[in-house]
Design a binder for this molecule. Structure first.
Ligand SMILES: Cc1cc2nc3c(=O)[nH]c(=O)nc-3n(C[C@H](O)[C@H](O)[C@H](O)COP(=O)(O)OP(=O)(O)OC[C@H]3O[C@@H](n4cnc5c(N)ncnc54)[C@H](O)[C@@H]3O)c2cc1C
Length: 406
């Protein structure tokens, strides 16, 4: 009997888990190694869906996307007083990091999902790859997928010159329960994605499922983001956490220094439309994500590849980061199958399609970010949401057709 191909996946977030389920379904022997000692359920907040993000759930009918996401039926802009000055129909759906993560995790064998395993290096030859972990563990695989995010060890070893480039702004983020909102604020944000554009920066909000998955209007969370331009010196100060700990790419909820939160709340009250000031003011523990661009000239290196944010990290304005990671994973499985499990050939073919995709998303999001952050975005402008092209994030009201499967 031919031995199944052994795939080692470094990083157990949405990109790594997507690769794990598609490759496992193809018959590969898959293990995921995640640095975090605990499951990632509490990370992140809202995610706007793209059909690619939920392709696995739809194709395998394992998670009901309609029951785990909220409809977004209009795009609206507010003026400084909080009045709607532009409104256009939309057909997007919003979900949350923990919903997608939990959904994928339930599709994968927990015994093959190894927490507390930080990859520290690897070596490959023509026959396979040896992967080393900080715990002293060593694993051998036929294929290694680095889905280890913005600070990818895989990318640092393979392409040390490709470093994340700071975009000049951060996203302050948070969620607030709809139960806490004034009735008029709830009605304003209900079923909408709402923007307010400042001369410097912009803010937005949309409803997402609650932590327990509740989707009934009034029981969900309102997810908000305020993108603020921040100079390098100020950034260094912002990234010093409450206990003096230094962060580099994000500061999690509960760790942002209290004086920064106080200032955020005061600035929101002074500069933002009242509905945004209200939701931000009701968020005692916001968190910060620093906005970076990451681009690579290659994704395939023999039997090793970079996938998702490890390869291309786009600014969030295209709402495509998760979709891109999921698409990389799906296309990897298709390429392996098409190349009859010849790993090196499959990775080369896969790279030829995924490189332009990553470059395209990063560039579209960069252009949108520059306009949104520097007063060059017109009220009413359509959003650049999409993976391959603007507008492919639309989620039809009727159940989307099941995707092509491997
Ligand atoms: C403000 C903001 C808003 C966003 N909104 C959206 C949106 O609306 N829609 C969307 O599609 N995307 C959005 N994204 C992007 C999205 O969060 C990511 O692009 C997506 O989750 C890609 O995931 P990934 O698995 O490639 O990387 P990550 O989610 O970063 O996961 C990497 C994993 O690797 C692990 N790891 C790291 N190093 C090691 C190591 N050495 N060994 C083992 N494990 C390791 C980490 O612990 C982590 O779990 C947004 C991002 C930001 C910052």
């Amino acid at each position: 009997m031919i031995r199944p191909l052994r795939a080692i996946i470094v990083g157990g977030s949405l990109g790594g888990l997507s690769a794990a389920v598609w490759l496992r379904d193809l018959g590969c022997d898959v293990d995921v190694f995640e640095r975090s000692p605990a499951h990632l359920e509490d990370r992140g907040a809202g995610i706007m869906l793209n059909p690619a993000t939920v392709r696995y759930f739809l194709a395998k009918k394992v998670v009901d996307v309609r029951q785990t996401s909220a409809p977004i039926r209009r795009l609206q802009y507010l003026d400084r007083a909080g009045q709607v000055i532009s409104s256009a129909p939309a057909s997007w759906r919003s979900s949350a990091y923990n919903v997608l993560y939990r959904g994928l995790l339930t599709c994968f064998d927990r015994a093959r999902y190894h927490l507390g395993e930080e990859c520290v290096g690897f070596d490959q030859d023509e026959t396979g790859v040896i992967v080393r972990f900080a715990t002293g563990r060593v694993e051998r695989g036929d294929l290694v997928v680095f889905a280890d995010g913005i600070n990818s060890i895989g990318r640092r070893l393979l392409l040390p010159e490709c470093r994340p480039s700071y975009a000049g702004y951060v996203a302050w983020r948070g969620t607030v329960s709809e139960e806490h909102l004034k009735p008029e604020t709830f009605s304003l944000f209900h079923e909408a994605i709402t923007y307010h554009v400042l001369t410097e920066g912009h803010t937005l909000a949309y409803p997402i499922p609650n932590k327990d998955g509740a989707l009934e209007p009034g029981r969900r969370l309102t997810n908000w983001l305020w993108y603020r331009n921040v100079g390098e010196d100020e950034l260094a100060d912002l990234l010093v956490g409450r206990g003096g700990q230094r962060f580099s790419t994000s500061v999690p909820a509960g760790s942002v220094a209290e004086r920064h939160i106080k200032r955020l709340h005061a600035d929101a009250a002074e500069h933002l439309p009242p509905p945004f000031a209200e939701i931000i003011g009701f968020t005692p523990e916001p968190f910060i994500e620093v906005i970076f661009d990451v681009e690579v000239p290659r994704m395939a290196f023999g039997r090793v590849c970079l996938l998702g944010d490890a390869a291309f990290r786009a600014r969030p304005h295209a709402a495509a980061g998760t979709a891109k990671a999921a698409e990389d994973a799906y296309r990897l499985a298709l390429a392996l199958k098409a190349c009859d499990f010849d790993v090196v050939k499959a990775l080369q073919e896969w790279e030829a399609t995924q490189l332009p995709l990553g470059k395209g998303v990063v560039e579209r999001a960069r252009q949108a970010g520059e306009r949104l952050q520097h007063g060059r975005w017109q009220v009413g402008d359509p959003l650049p949401f999409g993976l391959y092209r603007v507008s492919d994030s639309a989620m039809p009201e009727e159940a989307p057709a099941a995707a092509e499967t491997t």
